[in-house]
Design a protein around this ligand. Structure first.
Ligand code: 3PG
Length: 321
């Protein structure tokens, strides 16, 4: 798959921007960056779109900037000339699609029917925008088309926000979600960039959904583990479930290891909505998985240890649900 599309899938959210003044572009870029989402689709709904794309593409190379609401090949040409790394349109326009494909620029046309999905597949596309998502049947539509169109992924956009984001992203055929909720035009025009950063950071936090799953405590030997387990269950009435290499206590919030497991003191398991996306996010901060610790179920990662300990604890991610 194209690198830009992979990056979009990794971030999981495409902020859809309507910007009136290109001079606001650097502050917008900084606000998105500070919120943890260096990605923007600048829509051709204002005269400032082309200049805003150019300003961001030239001035902030760490940002992935694309163009949205591209309705003609003229606009696509302007967007690509200004440095847009991807092109999005609300509907399926075969001319725009072939124009972009001929130039090797990833194009994400909008669809909301089986006919349009097939037209996109016919052009060799693997990712399309599902627009307008909420009005076109939302999750139910995406679930219904997942069986006949197995190879294609969607970017639902239109009515997506921090409340329904995770329910869309949990679908196997959803590559990312698009939306304007964290970058509303009014916020940009009013210079409310701190609010944009706050809403962006909230969107990233909701998307990742890091929570404490359990704490794993290392013991030297099985006898020591058994003593700790007795104490925990006697004092706090925690139910005990014995496994091969450890005991789980309570609602599995504690794991007592029968021999030293990973981590100097033990491990902390963090629940996440999607292990792949969490690893993409952590990868940008220089943290990766420990090779060989990954577990996969139904083609999705469910567990991976991180190559960084914190306070003597190894950390592993575990998929929620
Ligand atoms: C778009 O062009 O992609 C949509 O207008 C964004 O939809 P939203 O404003 O409902 O997020």
């Amino acid at each position: 798959m194209d690198e830009i599309l992979k990056t979009i899938e990794g971030y999981g959210i495409v902020p859809v921007v309507k910007i009136e003044k290109a001079a606001d572009a650097p502050s917008l870029g900084k606000a998105l960056l500070a919120g943890g989402l260096p990605l923007a689709e600048i829509t051709f709904r204002t005269a400032a779109a082309e200049d805003a794309i150019r300003t961001l593409a030239e001035g902030m190379p760490e940002m992935v900037v694309g163009a949205g609401t591209v309705l003609s090949t003229e606009q696509a040409k302007k967007a690509i000339g200004a440095g847009a790394k991807f092109i999005v349109s609300p509907g399926f326009n075969p001319k725009v699609v072939s124009f972009c494909r001929e130039r090797g620029v990833p194009v994400i046309p909008g669809v909301n029917s089986p006919t349009q999905i097939e037209a996109a597949m016919e052009c060799g596309l693997g990712i399309v925008k599902f627009f307008p998502a909420e009005e076109s049947g939302g999750r139910a539509f995406l679930t219904a088309v997942s069986a006949p169109y197995e190879g294609i992924k969607f970017i639902p956009t239109g009515g997506v926000n921090a409340t329904n984001l995770v329910s869309y992203l949990s679908l196997k055929n959803v590559a990312a979600c698009g939306g304007s909720w964290m970058v509303k035009g009014e916020l940009i025009s009013a210079g409310k960039f701190e609010e944009i950063t706050r809403l962006t950071a909230e969107a990233v936090r909701v998307l990742l959904g890091f929570t404490l799953a359990h704490v794993g405590i290392n013991e030297e030997k099985a006898e020591d583990a058994s003593k700790s387990v007795d104490l925990f269950s006697r004092l706090f009435r925690f139910p005990v479930a014995e496994g091969q290499s450890s005991y789980f206590l309570g609602q599995k919030e504690f794991e007592i290891m029968k021999s030293p497991g990973r981590g100097q003191k033990g491990h902390i398991a963090l629940g996440v909505n999607d292990v792949e996306r969490a690893l993409f996010y952590l990868g940008r901060q220089g943290i990766g998985p420990v090779a060989g610790t990954e577990k996969v179920k139904d083609g999705k990662l469910t567990i991976a240890y991180l190559d960084r300990e914190i306070s003597g604890f190894a950390i592993h991610l575990v998929k929620k649900g």
